[in-house]
Design a protein around this ligand. Structure first.
Ligand code: FE2
Length: 268
């Protein structure tokens, strides 16, 4: 279903939009499942079984409804060959880490400011060492309601995935020193740090990824935001994103949002 050139686009930009990801029938069924719980993000009702152990637990607890709903969502991930696409992006075998689905009410609160996942914030103690650059999630976000600018779209800075990878790799291999980079401002500071100049220059010796990224994200230094990376998608459309890149969950100013997510990652 997903073409080779789309995989290339996803690897390059860190984000891929897929129109009509769900058929009308599938959309109806998914909406029915999510509306049953109308669970907020991270609530226990928002999670579905995705591996044999969890399906077994549902049976033992006699949670037949959740078992059947999970089976439907899991079969959807199989039908859409999401694991194959994830394997292709990771260049190795990956696995379904979890499935969830949740509801955001109409609100003028930002869901999340510009940030990168698998990143560090503050001076936390690194007791477990630094994150392996390949241990990130590829996220499939399936919109069950229409989204647009300031209304539930997940904006993403194209190409920021490559820079984020370079940062994680550099810190992991001790080629650059740790400093926080979860928020966009910090991410930019790390890139601009003169001690890291040589590292990034040699990492991106054939391209202008850094200059282009700094240009695209200049708005943050001016205390502004931008709608340049927003998009409109319909219920049943989906996006795939490399969570390591810089992204933002926008407000849901006009309508409530229902979304399903499938996370893939490589074994740790
Ligand atoms: Fe995130």
């Amino acid at each position: 279903m997903i073409e080779t050139n789309q995989i290339q686009e996803l690897k390059k930009n860190g984000i891929l939009k897929i129109k009509n990801f769900l058929s009308n029938e599938e959309l109806g069924k998914c909406l029915e499942i999510l509306k049953y719980y109308k669970a907020p993000k991270n609530h226990k009702n928002s999670f579905f079984a995705h591996d044999p152990k969890q399906f077994l637990i549902k049976l033992i607890k006699l949670e037949f409804k959740k078992f059947n709903q999970s089976a439907y969502l899991y079969s959807l991930s199989k039908k859409k060959k999401l694991n194959d696409l994830a394997n292709n992006v990771f260049n190795t075998r990956s696995f379904l880490r979890y499935i969830d689905g949740y509801h955001n009410p109409i609100s003028d609160k930002y869901i999340l400011p510009w940030h990168a996942d698998q990143a560090y914030v503050g001076d936390e103690k690194m007791t477990d060492g630094f994150v392996n650059p390949d241990h990130y999630n590829l996220k499939f976000l399936v919109y069950l309601t229409d989204v647009e600018s300031n209304n539930g779209c997940t904006s993403y800075i194209p190409g920021s995935n490559k820079i984020a990878y370079a940062i994680r790799d550099g810190i992991f291999k001790k080629k650059i020193n740790y400093q926080p980079y979860y928020f966009l401002q910090d991410f930019r500071k790390l890139i601009s740090n003169k001690n890291n100049k040589e590292y990034f220059e040699s990492y991106f010796k054939d391209g202008n990824e850094i200059e282009s990224f700094m240009q695209k994200t200049k708005f943050i230094e001016e205390g502004k935001d931008t709608d340049e990376f927003d998009f409109s998608l319909k219920a049943g459309d989906a996006i795939v994103l490399d969570e390591g890149g810089i992204h933002k969950g926008s407000q849901t100013l006009k309508s409530e949002r229902m979304m399903m997510r499938f996370f893939y990652s490589v074994k740790k």
